[in-house]
Design a protein around this ligand. Structure first.
Ligand SMILES: Nc1ncnc2c1ncn2[C@@H]1O[C@H](COP(=O)(O)OP(=O)(O)OP(=O)(O)O)[C@@H](O)[C@H]1O
Ligand SMILES: [Mg+2]
Length: 388
């Protein structure tokens, strides 16, 4: 389970570290930085699947992704006695992302490319990476470190150089992916690769989740919901079928869900709605009904991924559905770590009435994303391994 996330210099996040629990409710007004946190976590997950440099380039490169405000704010800037202005900095600018778990922790630091003849000017460079044992970084607890092109791992207090020529776009996880050489690093890589991010579901008429799809056992829903019918059937056969039926009944009284199997092996949705003489297919469902079925498939997964991040699950749903969605979220959080990023007070309150919980409330101050209830006493201890 992730116990701490730390983000430095990424969009509206100048410098933020916060502790995580099994269930995390992240909320805030429009433009407070919810999606920026979501994107930062997604970038972290991409470090373990060859994607972090490409994703940042696709966002417009580091010069767009870097925090656009000053390195620090003075008290006088907060009280408007002094205009917001930058001061000449002695340190080079880095975007840093990191997380801690009880067992292993990881941090990555990215910087602008050194001017060269390369045409790939938007590609940032991975400047530094480190993996260490435990939650708190100390030089003595380090397991692997990458400094520019040099990558080495520590084995029984002895450094072993893995490569001196790691390309600036390649993460250490791409380079050390052999369980026989470094089993802990391999497991950490698998852990990161299995995080799932949900919320960008398509619901247009051509959305894959509306079409019949080849039915193969699907314990974890695809992030775009492509294999919805198969995932729901897998819950029927291997998961909590009773919760599936109760949730449908809860959300759509007197309705019933059936997964139909076509002759060519494809699975489709048959939604029996009270009052109609025939079931509705996936193509005929309303956006909200389809989305709700997608959330059921995500949250009742028979073998949930270790981390599920739900981005604005309230989208297209009527508030009447929030209590049923809240029950699903709580149920899922008993089996895996869940982040809910939402701007809906009603949804957050529906969850909080069922399980008392402290939310992570975001606010913006002088353009910077902050956590409202955070103070010096409850900031988790975090230090970056790359001090530059
Ligand atoms: N490079 C940057 N530096 C500083 N701030 C940035 C940068 N890029 C984007 N922002 C700011 O981040 C904010 C957007 O944050 P985000 O999209 O995370 O908001 P949100 O909480 O998801 O809002 P909504 O509820 O509207 O989706 C905008 O106000 C934007 O000005
Ligand atoms: Mg947003």
């Amino acid at each position: 389970m992730l116990s701490t996330i730390s983000i430095n210099n990424y969009r509206s996040v100048r410098d933020l570290s916060f502790s995580l629990e099994q269930l995390n409710l992240i909320t805030g007004a429009n433009s407070s930085g919810k999606s920026n946190l979501y994107r930062a976590l997604k970038l972290l997950s991409e470090t373990a699947q060859h994607g972090v440099v490409n994703s940042l380039a696709a966002e417009g490169g580091l010069s767009s992704a870097f925090w656009a405000g000053p390195e620090n704010f003075s008290q006088a800037m907060y009280t408007d006695e002094q205009p917001v202005q930058g001061i000449a900095s002695k340190t080079v600018k880095r975007l840093k992302l990191g997380f801690a778990t009880e067992h292993l922790s990881y941090a990555i630091s990215l910087g602008l490319p050194i001017p060269s003849h390369s045409a790939f000017v938007l590609d940032p460079e991975i400047k530094h990476e480190a993996i260490w044992y435990g939650e708190r970084y100390r030089p003595s607890t380090i397991l692997a470190e990458r400094k520019g092109p040099l990558l080495r791992i520590k084995d029984k207090s002895k450094w072993q150089v893995i490569s001196q020529h790691v390309h600036s776009s390649v993460s250490l996880f791409d380079q050390i992916n052999n369980p026989a050489i470094a089993p802990d690093i391999f497991l950490l890589r698998e852990f990161i690769r299995s995080w799932r991010f949900y919320g960008d579901f398509r619901t247009d008429q051509n959305a894959p989740s509306r079409q019949p799809q080849i039915g193969t056992r699907t314990p974890v829903l695809h992030h775009e919901g492509n294999n919805l019918a198969a995932a729901l059937q897998t819950i029927r056969e291997q998961g909590d079928e009773q919760m599936l039926d109760t949730t449908i009944e809860d959300a759509f009284p007197r309705s019933r869900l059936e997964i139909s199997r076509l002759d060519d092996g494809r699975f489709g949705i048959h939604f029996h709605q009270y009052g109609l003489l025939r079931p509705l297919s996936g193509a005929e469902l309303s956006d909200g009904t389809l989305r709700f079925l997608l959330w059921i498939a995500v949250l009742l997964s028979p073998s949930p991924p270790p981390l599920m991040v739900l981005n604005e699950p309230e989208t297209s749903l009527h508030p009447d559905l929030f209590p049923a969605l809240a029950r699903l979220i709580i149920q899922a959080s008993k089996r895996t770590q869940v982040w809910v990023i939402s701007h809906s007070h009603e949804l957050i309150e529906s969850i909080e009435t069922l399980v008392p919980h402290s939310r992570i409330q975001l606010e913006k101050r002088l353009g910077e994303t902050l956590i409202t209830s955070q103070n010096q006493l409850n900031i988790p201890p975090w230090s970056w391994p790359d001090h530059r």
